[in-house]
Design a protein around this ligand. Structure first.
Ligand SMILES: Nc1nc2c(ncn2[C@@H]2O[C@H](COP(=O)(O)OP(=O)(O)OP(=O)(O)O)[C@@H](O)[C@H]2O)c(=O)[nH]1
Ligand SMILES: [Mg+2]
Length: 666
């Protein structure tokens, strides 16, 4: 591979709805540019992208592939991302480094949910965008209809650059000429003089219009049949920004904390950003990064502020799917990769030590669905955490955690497909097979009411042989707005001060497992009011045990059903309440709200968003939304999305208590 510098590098994301043909297009650009001499097909499982067994079995992209193409002296780094919205983390990675994008549309279908989602993201990030109407070889395609669909959905800045056959139609288009003229004073003057622009001026104007996101050109072709792909490559070179054309990315200077910008030039200090990490048990860790400024040379030393370490750069390479193409050095603007640096990962900055900088990490959505897993083979227990650790390093939208209270090992992700992929990777790459369970909701227990003023007694006494044990306390329990509070009103030294901490400790231990279903107890105030001690036999342990007894006795009063003199406390179960932000197309508002009320949810707000969308804010018990990611998808034809966060604990309705106790009581 030749050496390329910023002005002859294009970094282009391939985005679009699932199955719109991104991976096939990537294969086609490789073939047309003669990087490969035999063209693979997704259906034959022999493409350069989609090289993992998981991708091949599903015939869909799950992990971004770099597709470098050399075309007429320019290097185009295509990034072929997954179309599935559950792999949004990959899209975030790609968008963090792309200087331009090709948004693919399956012309036989028109604008789909995923098309809109990608377009929205591209606009949020202001990334210059081409629209490629793919699959034009199919019989039922109506070019004009698709174009008007695109214009209707994406607005008046959408312009055909070609006709249905791929012939350029920009010259002589008055609207386009005006658009180009508006981009600079010089062009405007020229235009006002003759009411036309030379082709060169027109192209200059169009390019800047595309760069600012004021123009989305439409092209047509077929990746599968290699139709118009050479033209598309010409257009990418002509109209999409070079790495040096886009505004420099802000970066924090470590020494001063100031946010600065480094020009995309080889003679600047080096700064590079890792946007994707893959961890494979055989190939090891591969980090893909974009060089924002300076150069990176195999064998040189660089600094990584995120872990405060200097690393010697192993062999760097370009990647074509899984094939590594070794490079001695790479220059500002390029996207390359390196293996054998397992201490580095997505979000880290590589730079010169003397002038250290750090880019902001990418923001990812947090998991919206959790499952519990357990290894099928007992001896895999240890292997599994190492494997999960590696998988989460690759994929920041995936999370795993051990829940101490339910003893479940939980994995969280962006939906059923995403979770399925994680399980398949565990099996294929790490040879660990696991069983899947629903996530158990983590409840809390609490008390209602108050014992009488003097409290409830707990007395621990053991005086058979050897040293005796003696502790005696009276504790008043009452419900409280907070987790736990301990107080004392001991009069006249009935319990010596030095035993107070033991009493508090005993109570805290007792509250770890509630009386109803064994969940931690919160919302309790305990006041030590009275007690007695023994000058020889009393010790700390005795008071710890006495305090536990006091709690148990207090709970027994409240649950025994026997008549007890005076006021009692009543144990109760609390459930986690989550706040959801749900974004859906307006047409689904009724269905989603209705469904929410069936789930015991409460709507807190409903806001209109641009593009015919509605955001619903609701609070709902977690127990009712364990599989909401899957249900919302079904309800909205995969167009809805949501985020969730924990809000608070609320009492469980009476009719649910019995079932929770049955399910959880050990
Ligand atoms: N007729 C026709 N079929 C195509 C064309 N491009 C892709 N396909 C088919 O469409 C299907 C999906 O193609 P992919 O290239 O895997 O699409 P993708 O956008 O990468 O899909 P995801 O990775 O799942 O998002 C495959 O069966 C392809 O053969 C095309 O230009 N014409
Ligand atoms: Mg694909």
């Amino acid at each position: 591979m030749k050496e390329y510098h910023a002005n002859s590098i294009r970094n282009v994301a391939l985005l679009g709805h699932m199955g719109s043909g991104k991976t096939s297009l990537a294969e086609s650009v490789l073939f047309v540019s003669k990087a490969i001499d035999k063209k693979g097909e997704v259906e034959k499982k022999n493409t350069v992208g989609d090289f993992t067994p998981e991708e091949q079995s599903r015939q869909t992209t799950l992990s971004t592939a770099l597709i470098p193409v050399e075309w007429k002296g320019t290097k185009i780094n295509f990034l072929d991302a997954p179309g599935s919205e559950e792999f949004v983390g990959e899209m975030e990675n790609v968008l963090s480094v792309a200087d331009g994008a090709i948004l693919l549309i399956d012309a036989s279908k028109g604008v789909e949910v995923g098309t809109e989602r990608c377009f929205e993201e591209l606009r949020n990030k202001n990334i210059p965008t081409f629209i490629f109407l793919n699959k034009m070889d199919k019989e039922n395609v109506k070019f004009d209809k698709v174009v008007s669909d695109v214009k209707e959905k994406f607005g008046k800045n959408v312009f055909e650059f070609t006709d249905a056959n791929g012939e350029l139609v920009i010259e002589g288009n008055d609207e386009l000429t005006e658009k180009a003229a508006e981009t600079s004073e010089e062009l405007l003057d020229k235009y006002m003089e003759n009411m036309e622009l030379s082709l060169e001026d027109l192209n200059t104007g169009l390019k800047s219009s595309i760069l600012t996101g004021d123009l989305f050109p439409v092209f047509v072709g077929s990746g599968l049949k290699n139709v118009n792909i050479d033209k598309l490559l010409d257009m990418v070179v002509a109209y999409l920004p070079a790495a040096s054309d886009v505004e420099a990315k802000a970066v924090k200077e470590v020494a001063t904390g100031k946010v600065i910008k480094r020009a995309c030039k080889d003679d600047e200090a080096t700064s590079a950003f890792i946007f994707k990490t893959t961890v494979d048990p055989f190939v090891g860790t591969i980090n893909m990064f974009k060089i924002y400024s300076g150069t990176i040379k195999t064998g040189n030393e660089y600094y990584v502020q995120n872990i405060d370490e200097t690393v010697k750069m192993p062999q760097i390479f370009s990647m074509m799917g899984k094939t590594q193409i070794a490079l001695d050095q790479a220059f500002a603007g390029d996207i390359v990769a390196v293996a054998k640096l397992p201490e580095l990962q997505t979000g880290y900055t590589i730079c010169d030590k003397k002038t250290a900088v750090q880019f902001d990490a990418i923001e990812y959505p947090t998991p919206i669905i959790y499952y519990a897993i357990q290894p099928k083979q007992k001896q895999d227990e240890e292997k599994i955490s190492a494997a999960l650790q590696k998988l989460s390093q690759e994929d920041p939208t995936f999370e795993f955690k051990r829940n101490a209270e339910t003893a479940q090992l939980l994995i969280g992700g962006q939906g059923g497909t995403h979770i399925g992929y994680i399980l398949e990777k565990l099996k294929n790459s790490f040879k660990v097979e696991v069983g899947l369970d629903d996530q158990k909701v983590v409840y809390r227990e609490t008390i209602r009411g108050k014992t009488d003023q003097h409290g409830v007694q707990g007395k621990h006494k053991k005086q058979s042989g050897g040293a005796g044990q003696y502790g005696d306390v009276w504790v008043r329990f009452e419900s409280f707005d907070g987790d736990f509070e301990f107080a004392e009103e001991v009069f006249g030294g009935s319990v010596p001060k030095n035993y107070f901490p033991a009493v508090e400790k005993g109570l805290k231990m007792a509250l770890e497992k509630g009386p109803l279903a064994g969940f931690p107890v919160i919302g309790v105030k305990a006041t030590l009011t009275d007690g007695s001690y023994h000058p020889v036999d009393s010790n700390e342990l005795s008071f710890v045990l006495a305090a536990k007894l006091a709690w148990e006795n207090a709970c027994a009063q409240g649950t025994s059903g026997k008549r007890v003199e005076g006021p009692v406390i009543k144990p109760a179960i609390l459930e986690p309440i989550m706040e959801l932000h749900i974004i859906i197309k307006d047409e689904y508002t009724g269905a989603v709200m209705g469904d929410m009320s069936k789930r015991r949810g409460r709507i807190l707000g409903q806001d209109s968003l641009p593009g015919g969308k509605t955001e619903i804010t609701a609070e709902v018990p977690e127990a009712e939304i364990v599989k909401y990611a899957i249900d919302l998808k079904a309800m909205t034809q995969a167009s809805g999305r949501f985020s969730r966060k924990f809000l608070r604990y609320d009492p469980v309705p009476e009719e649910k208590v019995k079932k929770i106790i049955e399910e959880n009581h050990a």
